[in-house]
Design a protein around this ligand. Structure first.
Ligand code: DP6
Length: 345
């Protein structure tokens, strides 16, 4: 997975404190859940109420560079602008976690560069924190194996636990209160079932109105939430079996069911929560119409208004064309299964 690329360290001295400069850059792809993570059993540690299964997507990635002792104070930059608000708070918390785990005390500089539209329900926080876990642990001198990287990434954003790995990935709910067993593991790597595609229909590039974290908190009070949790093991077993058998129809049906069930929880909550726009609904109907016409494709939707359609590589151009023609769709992106997070410099 990760090449052990390590920048030479350089001793610098500021005032009376000796500091060791070290840095690393990592890249991670986003992932889209086929069995959704929607609810936490521990919000502080990002421990999920249920397991989830995802596919890592090629080409929608985030680069994160983490440097210890390169600056006089902590510095957080996202896409060439200083991080602000909630994003800054999350990055600062993650950097504190890196210092706590490594015993290092120096200021940390974090610079991320996105190759995916941020804040529009394309799980960019998953890619960001997976890249940060890989770069940050390397820069801090922590030698973490992939499961430990997954647990670290999870602390930044739950779904980031899955982006550590490529292809089809399961993130286990785990039982332990400390979260040590709530880690992801690969089910099938990207090359093992490579003719699957995810066609992403972007219906708006505006930032999402309700974060996943807040959405999950609201969902927990929905009368449909207990049924969601109760059904999770059966959904996971079905998805696992479909992936093992490379059965796209079985996987697509299950993925669509999981997504619609997740969004139904919000509709039944008080106050209600609905991430969809008109174009979202039109995309769902378009995919269903394609299916009626004999083109196998199934939808999934995350905490935003974008629609992702699961289909074969062969059918992807037709699905992309159909979704691109839906009024309100501003962009269509077709992704193959991608690799896990890795050090790039
Ligand atoms: C709908 O991982 O973004 O995309 O753990 O609070 O950072 P936090 O939430 P996040 O939630 C992702 C929710 C989802 C479903 C999924 O990816 O499984």
């Amino acid at each position: 997975m990760m090449g052990a690329v390590r920048r030479p360290t350089e001793k610098v001295r500021t005032g009376a404190v000796a500091m060791t400069r070290s840095e690393a850059t990592a890249r991670s792809n986003v992932n889209v859940a086929l069995v959704k993570y929607w609810g936490k059993r521990d919000p502080e540690l990002n421990l999920p109420a249920t397991g989830s299964i995802s596919i890592t997507l090629d080409g929608l990635s985030i680069d994160a560079r983490v440097a210890f002792a390169a600056t006089d104070e902590d510095r957080f930059e996202i896409d060439e602008a200083p991080a602000a608000g909630e994003e800054r708070t999350r990055l600062a918390r993650f950097v504190d976690l890196l210092r706590q785990e490594s015993g290092r005390r120096e200021p940390v500089s974090v610079v991320t560069r996105s190759h995916v539209p941020r804040g529009v329900g394309l799980a960019s926080s998953a890619a960001a924190f997976a890249a940060l876990a890989v770069a940050g642990s390397q820069a801090a001198g922590l030698h973490l194996d992939p499961p430990a990287l997954s647990a670290l990434a999870r602390r930044g954003s739950g779904s980031a636990a899955r982006s550590i790995f490529g292809g089809f990935v399961e993130w286990h709910r785990g039982e332990r209160a400390d979260g040590a067993d709530s880690i992801a593991e690969p089910l099938l790597d990207a090359t093992a079932w490579s003719d699957v595609r995810v066609v992403v229909a972007v219906t708006t590039t505006a930032p999402k109105s309700v974060s996943s974290r807040d959405g999950m908190a609201r969902a927990a009070a929905s009368p449909l939430y207990p049924a969601w949790v109760a059904g999770a093991e059966a959904d996971l077993a079905e998805a696992r079996a479909a992936i093992r058998a490379r059965d796209l129809e079985a996987l697509g049906q299950l993925a669509e069911h999981s997504a619609l069930k997740m969004h139904a929880i919000g509709l039944a909550a008080r106050p209600p929560l609905l991430y969809w726009r008109g174009a979202t609904v039109d995309c769902i109907h378009r995919v269903w119409a394609l299916r009626a016409d004999g083109v196998p494709a199934w939808i999934t939707i995350d905490a935003g208004p974008q629609v992702k359609a699961l289909c074969t590589a062969n059918d992807a151009p037709r699905v992309a064309e159909a979704l691109g023609a839906v009024p309100g769709v501003v962009r269509v992106i077709t992704c193959a299964p991608g690799i896990g997070a890795e050090v790039v410099a």
